[in-house]
Design a protein around this ligand. Structure first.
Ligand code: UDP
Length: 467
């Protein structure tokens, strides 16, 4: 039988690209032939992942295809600075279809694993008689909540009155202001792709998840049995990065020397450090940065705080020097080695925007969380963390932002919630539950673990599509 060949088409945002690259490495480690197709401006972000497969039977192949954004140079979502630009970027994605199809026609792979942002790949796959698998970059719980919310108009009198999301395994309460509101002309393009993507989900062969059964068992079953989708869970994929080197550079070069960072972490007691990061897309306003600095200074806990390159001017004067002199705070400007930090035993808490990868990486690190959702499906992920898994506390009365803007939380609130999560009693209980999940996460990817077995079942499934 010829070697089974899987073609990956990742969306170019870090939150989608990193887990899909990890997935390709994982497939290659199981002896599959893998090719990642991407744009020339994205290819370098995958170099490290590809190198990991150098000694495997089949090294990951990288193939670049032409992307023609309307705005020249605007090739990655993280370069986008306005909603308008984001929509133009999304609108240009179908320019990848023709070169993608040419590649599929000549190579005839067994299967396509393509991101939700490329709904047209379902059509491509059916044209060539192969399965298209969707990767949403998200978990079962958020997809189940999103599905329920999309089809339900809550009967509430205000945006802040809680309602119960119907037909879910748990009593999940949300308010209207926590729900996505992609309304108006500026989101028309985005909504079009979103609807096409939902339609493609129903027509595609199945969905692959960076998640694990033990994290959200009721929702894995709900997705499969109630929503009637074929699905496989093969994560947490970040756990396949085992060495420091593998943990450090995921997607982008770290802005801090890993040895310096490890030395700082090694000097701190177990579970005493809180790690603060809002991922790769959220915009934290200058005023909010200031409040975060003041809140962190008022806490007793030590911290590592990731801010964007160039935002230093917004933090209080002398703050960084004071924190450094006291050995209390480390500020990373740019890109942090997040998985390495969360896996360090000194880290006990994580202030997170609740991007799906961050949630999984936090769980895999066994830390308690301050859930500070901002946009996309982050409010659903926060519910999983706080109400279902009970390993975190919501930052407060924050509302969903169409512009991915993090703002409006006062220093006193930040101090209070961080201290709760870092406390011995309440925080300790959350950490205990998080560590139980961490153990389950480690076991699930080992031979005979549920993610390992689900990947085996996935491979058997797609092998039947041998050309
Ligand atoms: N990440 C990182 N260093 C950073 C910021 C982000 O390594 O300074 C990684 C993080 O570990 C995660 C991904 O980027 O794997 C971000 O994905 P997530 O779903 O958490 O959030 P998004 O950036 O998509 O909002």
């Amino acid at each position: 039988m010829a070697t089974c060949h899987v073609v990956f088409l990742p969306f170019m945002a870090y939150g989608h690209l990193i887990p899909m690259a990890d997935m390709a490495v994982l497939f290659a480690s199981r002896g599959l032939k893998t090719t990642i197709l991407t744009t020339s401006k994205t290819a370098h972000r995958l170099a490290k992942s590809i190198r990991k497969t150098a000694g495997f039977t089949h090294q990951i192949a990288l193939h670049t295809i032409d992307f023609n954004p309307e705005e020249p140079g605007l090739e990655n979502p993280d370069q986008v600075i306005s909603n308008d630009q984001f929509c133009r970027f999304i609108e240009a994605l179908p320019t990848l279809q023709e070169p993608f199809e040419r590649f599929i026609e000549t190579t005839k792979p067994n299967c396509i694993v393509a991101d939700m942002f490329f709904p047209w790949t379902t059509e491509t796959a059916s044209k060539f008689g192969i399965p298209r698998i969707i990767f949403n970059g998200s978990g079962f719980f958020p997809l189940c909540v999103s599905d329920a919310v999309t089809r339900y108009r809550p009967n509430v009198s205000s945006d802040s009155e809680p309602f119960i999301v119907p037909h879910l395994p748990h009593e999940i309460k949300l308010t209207r202001k926590q729900l996505p509101q992609y309304e108006g002309e500026e989101f028309k393009v985005f909504m079009k792709v979103f609807i096409q993507s939902m339609e493609a989900e129903a027509k595609s062969y199945g969905v692959i998840f960076n998640s694990f059964y033990e994290l959200e068992p009721e929702y894995v079953r709900h997705y499969r049995e109630v929503m009637k989708r074929k699905a496989w869970h093969i994560g947490p994929v970040s756990l396949y990065s085992k060495t420091i080197e593998e943990k450090v550079e995921r997607g982008k070069k770290s802005s801090i020397d890993e040895h310096e960072c490890l030395k700082w972490l090694d000097s701190k007691p177990t579970g005493s450090v809180v790690y603060v990061s809002f991922g790769s897309m959220v915009n934290v306003t200058n005023a909010q940065l200031y409040e975060i600095a003041m809140g962190l200074e008022a806490c007793v806990s030590s911290f590592i705080w990731v801010i964007r390159d160039g935002q230093e001017a917004s933090i209080p004067e002398g703050f960084e020097a004071r924190m450094e002199a006291e050995g209390r705070g480390l500020i990373i400007k740019g890109w942090a080695p997040q998985v390495m930090i969360l896996d360090h035993e000194s880290v006990g808490g994580f202030v997170t925007h609740c991007g799906w990868n961050s949630v999984l990486e936090g769980v895999s690190g066994g830390v308690a969380m301050v859930a500070w959702p901002v946009t996309a499906e982050q409010f659903y992920n926060a519910k999983l963390v706080t109400d279902v898994l009970r390993i975190g506390v919501l930052i407060g009365d924050v509302e969903w932002s169409a512009h991915s803007t993090c703002e409006g939380v006062k220093r006193e609130v930040i101090e209070r919630v961080v201290e709760r999560v870092m406390s011995v009693e309440e925080g300790g209980d959350m950490r205990m539950r998080a560590r139980e999940l961490q153990e389950k996460a480690k076991t699930t990817i080992e031979e005979e673990g549920s993610s390992y077995l689900d990947l085996s079942s996935f491979i058997e499934n797609i092998k039947s599509f041998q050309q």
